[in-house]
Design a protein around this ligand. Structure first.
Ligand code: DGL
Length: 263
């Protein structure tokens, strides 16, 4: 991204890569008149297998750039970056609304069938304190099984979601839980794009929970509170950008943005 203030008044949304587009879609649905600039750091993905300090440094550089370009608020559309960097970013930019995303464990545990809840997330997310605290709060009535899904976000980054190797990877990561869980928490923003594939491995009847819609509602609340909702009635602008700036990657981002996220 260049340094001119070309995104004055936009909401900046970022992720390690294409996954955050699942959150961006919820944001556009919830806030159709806002202008959004999305940045996916695909050149450095996956974040979930880096160290927390690497993720903090990458997140900090992205947010600094978005604010230099005029963004009025930031959405961290990444569970991993939220776990590693949200607190630091909020301390560093106390006047900027910064919204994060976290695994939707609470709605899964409060759902009618919740004896066995499977949480799929990146290795960093399940390891860090933020998730440990969430677990301590919500795992009392449910057996929560947390699975670090090494390699899964990186595989989704490649697209071609109908290829058999993706199903094989899912079989290896979570296949043992088929018929043994009541619901699945998608604790990484890449995973909503592969709901049909996860259903294929775990069975069609397991409901999914993810944090995208809640993050969009929280963004609306914060913008309202600060009185900085976009006043226009026109549909907002949505810009997709990536650190892996090739024509193929730009086309892949558009493909993910246009893709319907099923059930
Ligand atoms: N989409 C991200 C998340 O929600 C990160 C995936 C990755 O880069 O490992 O955690």
């Amino acid at each position: 991204m260049s340094q001119e203030r070309k995104y004055e008044g936009y909401v900046g949304v970022f992720d390690s890569g294409v996954g955050g587009i699942s959150v961006l879609k919820e944001l556009v649905r919830e806030l159709p008149h806002e202008n959004f600039v999305f940045f996916g750091d695909s050149a450095n993905a996956p974040y979930g297998e880096k160290t927390p300090s690497q993720v903090r440094a990458l997140s900090q550089a992205i947010v600094e750039c978005m604010l230099d370009q005029g963004c009025k608020a930031i959405v961290i559309a990444c569970n991993t970056a939220t776990s590693a960097a949200a607190q630091m970013l909020r301390e560093e930019y106390p006047d900027v609304p910064i919204v994060g995303v976290e695994p939707a464990l609470k709605p899964a545990v409060l759902a009618p069938k919740h004896d066995h809840v499977l949480v799929m997330a990146t290795p960093i997310t399940v390891r860090l304190d933020k998730y440990r605290h969430l677990l301590a709060r919500w795992d009392r009535d449910s057996n929560v099984i947390s699975v670090p899904c090494t390699g899964l976000a990186a595989r989704i980054e490649k697209g071609h979601l109908d290829e058999p190797d993706l199903i094989e990877l899912l079989e290896w990561l979570v296949g043992d839980y088929r018929g043994k869980v009541d619901s699945v928490v998608l604790g990484c923003t890449h995973y909503p794009f592969i709901k049909p594939q996860i259903h294929k491995v775990l069975g069609d009847d397991v409901p999914f929970f993810d944090g995208g819609a809640g993050t969009a509602r929280q963004t609306r609340r914060l913008l309202q509170e600060k009185n900085i909702l976009n006043a226009s009635d026109a549909p907002g602008d949505v810009v997709l950008s990536t650190s892996k700036d090739t024509p193929e990657e730009r086309a892949l981002y558009q493909w993910f943005f246009r893709r319907d996220i099923e059930g």
